[in-house]
Every structure is written in C-alpha cells, then in structure tokens.
Ligand binder design. Structure first.
Ligand code: NAD
Length: 484
C-alpha cells in the first residue's frame, strides 16, 4: 500500500502513527499518511533554520532563480505523476487538473523567481543637515522559516502559490498539506531532491490541525511567519497561535461571493461564466459564487438557462470524457453540503434543480457525489445565503438597481471576490469601486495574472500575495542609509 511520508531535511520520514487517505470518487483507500508529531515538527523547524545558514542562505539570487526554474521544469517533466496524484486525492475532472492545477503549480515557481530577480527596491539621495549627501536604499532579506498551511481544494496550486515566492525570496518552508490531500506536496519533495534544492529548504509535515501537525507547526517558536489558506475560523485559531512572538500572518480565508448579472450583459457569456463560478471544482473554490443576483428583466430567462447548464453537467470520475463535475472531497463534507440542501428546502426555497445526491453506478456509489443545485425564492436571511457551503450550488435572486445590487453584494461578513457581468463600462467601474472585495472580475471569473494582487477583504483574509505583493510578506524590507 502507498505510504505518504513526511519530508524533513531532504529525507522521507515515516512515523509510528498513520491515517488513511481515501479517494473521493469511490472512497477506496489510496494509502497511509504518516502523521507528524511534535518530534517531527521540531526536526523540520530545526532543518529549515539550519538551511537558512547553509548553501541556500549563501546562494546568489541568480542561482536560486535557476534552481526554481529547474523545479518548475521537473514538475512539467513529471506532469503525469502530479496529475495522477492530484486526481486521486481530489477526484476533480482531468480536464480541470490538467489545465489549471498542475500547470499553475509549475508556473508559480517560474513567475516568482523572475519577479525576485527583476524587481528593484527604492533608492533616494538627500542633502544632510550639515550640507553633505546621503544615499538610502532598500534591501530585501528573507523573513526566515515560513510555515505554509494549506487546504484541499486546489492542493498543488495553492501550496506552490506560497512556496514559490517564499523560496524565491530566500526563505525556507515547512508545508502542512491538508490531511485530505497529502500526495502532491509529498511528490514535490522528490522534485526538490532531484533538482538539487539543498536539504532543509523544503519540508513537509503531514497531519491534522488541532492537537496535530498544524497546531504544532503554527505554535512553534522557531517559525518566523505563517501563511495560511483555509476557513476563516481556522484562521482565527492560527492568528491566536501567531500572537505569541508577534509573528506575521498572511491569510486567504473563506468567502460568500456574489455574482451580479446586469440586463445589458452578453447573456450567453454571463450564463457560461456563472456556470463556472457556481459549479467548477464541484463548487469547492473559495472564489465561487453561491449568491447570484440577476437584474429583473432577464431574471426568469437566466434562471432557466443556468438550470439547463447545471443539468447538462456530466457527473462522473476524472478520466470520463466530457465530465464536468467530480465528487466532493470527503464523506464529512458531503454530509455538510447535503445538510445545507435540506436546510434550503426547510427554509422554503424553490428548488430549480438538484437538491440531493445522484445515484452512481458500481463502486462509484461509495463516492461523495452531490447534484449541482440552484435555489430561488429565499429571503436574504436564509442559511444558504449567509454561510459558506463550499458545494456546487447557488441561490439566484432578482434586483432592480445598481445600488440595490451593491447593497446585496456587501451584506456579508466576507469580502473575497465578485464577478460582475455588464457591457456598460461605467456600471462596471462603479461596481468595482463599491463592492467590498479583494478581487473583482468583470465579464470573467477566476482569470488570473500572477503578477497581480490576490487576497480578501473583511473576514476573507489579511494581506495580499501575488507579484511584488508577495515580496512584502516573504521579505523584511531593510532601509540602509549611507552618509557619503
Ligand atoms: P481548513 O481551515 O479546515 O483547513 C486548512 C488547513 O488548516 C488544513 O491543512 C488543516 O489541517 C489546517 N488546520 C486546521 N485547523 C488548524 C489549527 N487549529 N491550527 C493549524 N492548522 C490547522 O480549510 P479546508 O476545509 O481545508 O479548505 C476550505 C476552506 O478554505 C474554505 O473556507 C475556503 O473558502 C478556503 N479557501 C480560501 C482560499 C482563498 O484564497 N481565500 C482558497 C482556497 C480555500
């Protein structure tokens, strides 16, 4: 049986304690994950600290950039291994993982290496009080040992989105992948070794959150900074852990994003866009739109069109040609999503489509499948409109005016993303200014340029990563003043 081992100081490390990793498509056991205890976390932190002083710490930026390009090339060379590992862990459609997850996993190393190589720091010349001259300049230094705590929905993509810039800036990392998706982080250990990244620079500790590797890592005094993607309430626990030692955090948290469709939108493109934003990755995308607001003149037509799209989505295993919807990540998550489906019904929703679990054939019957689901008719106070579900579902409500759409979009504690569909540039710009989010897509969704800022407002996060913004978190900016 496959063993998912920790990766500490360049070695794969077994522990006496294992838990099962199961496939979402049919619940079969994929392998055993070796849970890291305090001892392994201590060893990983010690290795990461030592590596800061070793060849990695002394390496020129040019050499570091070359190595990170080699990491990306090696991921691409082993593309099929990464693809198979990601698909087994998540059950997501092959078309999705092969177009987004794995290519972006590789790109995250190249893009941030190039940014670090090319982005200058500030420099000023000034006249001193005695009439002389002084020159000051910024010097970026690594923050040190960075803990990277990851979720399960886009495992390789979201992990490398943080490991790429952290390493490019000269830090060392300890990754705690989600307990649901241990495979690609482990595989990346093989890549690091193969291309010659020094031991201790990239470490992986497996396990859970409280009372396990996640808590041990984030509470560890040898960790200098914590970058985390996951639920808002987990962020609260990690922030409390980070308070000890006043360590910086970068948080990408939950969302309850609004999709807004104006009557003047390109109708077909808007329907296609909202189909993606509501159902892609089985709705397990932090940027997804579980609240959709459509301007009244096109409301009925839009609901009917989205219903057709949802019902046309093929539900099935990753490799099945044409499949558009995989399973949810786990039995527990399926229970949570179906709980919301039941709540929507109990609270009086009109179920436009879905609302339950599909019958799947053979072994797939053991998988964590749910139907794509659309509701209408609920008041804004309903649970499925207020709380993040993280499933393939949305509620659609009509609106009349721009101001009303803005108020509806903002009536949430979260503030991650929005997608607005309109052909009027003025409307687009006013919406982008008024909706309280970190990311606003106009006539698009989840379209990313890695050089741009990414992050959430309100309860959806702290800080921004992406492009030069990542350097703000992964480096200390030191000011050097030279009196000439
Ligand atoms: P989660 O918060 O349950 O777990 C994330 C990680 O934190 C896991 O590795 C887990 O083991 C660890 N963890 C849990 N409790 C911990 C603790 N007390 N101390 C240290 N580590 C702990 O999130 P999830 O269910 O894996 O992911 C889904 C959530 O992630 C959703 O809320 C989603 O919106 C959010 N998300 C946000 C973004 C973003 O960019 N804003 C991206 C993807 C996912």
């Amino acid at each position: 049986m496959q063993q998912f081992l920790n990766f500490i100081n360049g070695e794969f490390v077994a522990t006496g304690k294992t838990f099962e990793n199961r496939a979402p498509v049919d619940n079969r056991v994929l392998g055993l994950v070796h849970e890291a205890g305090q001892r392994e976390v201590d060893a990983a932190v010690a290795a990461a600290r030592a590596a800061l002083k070793g060849p990695w710490g002394r390496m020129s930026v040019v050499k570091r950039v070359e190595l990170l390009h080699a990491v990306a090339d090696e991921i691409n060379r082993r593309f099929d291994d990464f693809l198979a590992a990601e698909i087994a862990d998540t059950g997501k459609p092959l078309s999705l993982a092969s177009h987004i997850d794995i290519p972006r996993g590789a790109a995250n190393f190249k893009v941030f290496a190039d940014i670090v190589k090319n982005v200058p720091t500030e420099s000023f010349e000034m006249t001193t009080p005695d009439g002389g001259t002084a020159v000051s300049y910024g010097l970026r230094t690594p923050v040190g040992v960075v803990a990277v705590v990851c979720p399960w929905n886009l495992p390789l993509l979201l992990m490398t989105w943080k490991v790429g810039p952290a390493l490019a800036c000269g830090n060392t990392v300890i990754v705690k992948p989600s307990e649901e998706t241990p495979a690609t982080a482990t595989l990346l250990g093989e890549v690091m070794k193969a291309v010659g990244v020094p031991d201790g620079v990239y470490n992986v500790v497996h396990g859970f959150g409280p009372g396990s590797a996640g808590e041990f890592l984030t509470k560890h005094p040898g960790v200098n900074a914590i970058t985390f993607t996951g639920e808002t309430r987990t962020g609260e626990a990690i922030m409390a852990a980070a308070a000890k030692g006043v360590r910086p955090v970068s948080f990408e948290l939950g969302g309850k994003n609004a999709g807004i469709v104006f009557a003047d939108a390109d109708f077909d493109k808007a329907v296609a866009g909202i189909t993606r934003s509501a159902f892609e990755n089985c709705g397990q995308v932090c940027l997804g739109t579980e609240r959709v607001y459509v301007q009244r003149p096109i409301f009925d037509r839009f609901v009917a069109a989205l219903k057709d799209k949802a019902e046309a989505l093929q539900i099935g295993p990753s490799e099945q040609p044409g499949v558009g919807l995989g399973p949810l990540i786990s039995a527990e998550h399926k229970q949570k999503v179906l709980g919301y489906y039941a709540k929507a019904k109990a609270e009086g929703a009109t179920i436009v489509t879905g609302g339950g679990a599909p019958q799947m054939p053979g072994a797939l019957a053991e998988g964590h499948w749910v139907q794509p689901t659309i509701w209408t008719g609920l008041p804004e106070s309903a649970s499925v409109i207020r709380e993040e579900i993280f499933g393939p579902c949305c509620h659609i409500a009509p609106f009349d005016t721009e101001d009303e759409a803005i108020a509806l979009a903002n009536a949430t504690d979260y503030g991650l993303a929005t997608t607005v569909w309109t052909q009027n540039l003025g409307t687009a710009h006013r919406m982008a200014s008024a909706i309280e989010v970190g990311l606003c897509w106009i006539n698009s969704w989840f379209l990313r340029d890695l050089r741009t800022a990414f992050g959430g407002a309100k309860a959806s996060g702290i800080g921004r990563e992406g492009g030069v913004h990542s350097l703000e978190f992964y480096t200390e900016l030191r000011n050097v003043m030279i009196k000439l």
